[in-house]
Design a protein around this ligand. Structure first.
Ligand SMILES: [Zn+2]
Length: 185
């Protein structure tokens, strides 16, 4: 295959057999190499293409931009506990003062006092609030998160995700991401 189509570019959106993204948070993306491998293994259908093509001596192929799995995989309902997903749950706002600037993560019960790194104990906090709270509990610091920290469902993150679309989406992905009425009751 042609070497100047570099790895890391041309991400491919992966849809389940029902044409919804295999996962939203994180968004199911494969490298184009993995997507083409899956095409040749007959595991996916190509739904949409980039304009970009790759060549081998015997073959020219347009890079897929969207593929769908041939067999349905039961989607996860529990999003991964990741930094991005904590910010998304908290709508990219400090849970103490509401600021969207300079966001960090605060352990509600500090780790030094046995607090865990979990959905229920980590919230978005701006650095000034995080510094001010330091190693204190909410009661000691008299600082309480605006919303109860909780493990969100995919649907809850999806609702927030619509407020903060990712910076880069290929045009061909859009139809599969943000107009899914069943996920937006
Ligand atoms: Zn703050």
């Amino acid at each position: 295959m042609n070497a100047h189509v570099s790895q890391g570019h041309w991400p491919v959106l992966v849809l389940n057999a029902d044409f919804r993204p295999l996962s939203y948070y994180p968004l199911s993306l494969w490298s184009w190499q993995d997507a083409i491998k899956a095409v040749f293994l007959d595991r996916v259908n190509i739904v949409a293409h980039y304009d970009q093509a790759v060549h081998s001596p015997t073959l020219q192929m347009q890079l897929p931009s969207v593929v769908s799995l041939k067999s349905f995989v039961k989607p996860t309902t529990h999003p991964a506990f990741t930094r991005f997903n904590v910010f998304l749950r908290d709508r990219f706002a400090c849970q103490y003062c509401g600021s969207p600037e300079d966001l960090t993560f605060d352990h509600i019960i500090p780790r030094s006092k046995g607090g865990q790194t979990t959905w229920e104990n980590v919230v978005a906090a701006c650095s000034p609030c995080n510094l001010r709270k330091g190693n204190l509990t909410p009661v000691q610091a008299k600082m309480f998160p605006r919303q109860h920290a909780f493990a969100p469902t995919v649907h809850q993150l999806h609702r927030n995700g619509r407020l903060f679309p990712p910076n880069y989406l290929h045009d061909s992905w859009l139809d599969y991401l943000y107009w899914d009425t069943e996920l937006d009751p």
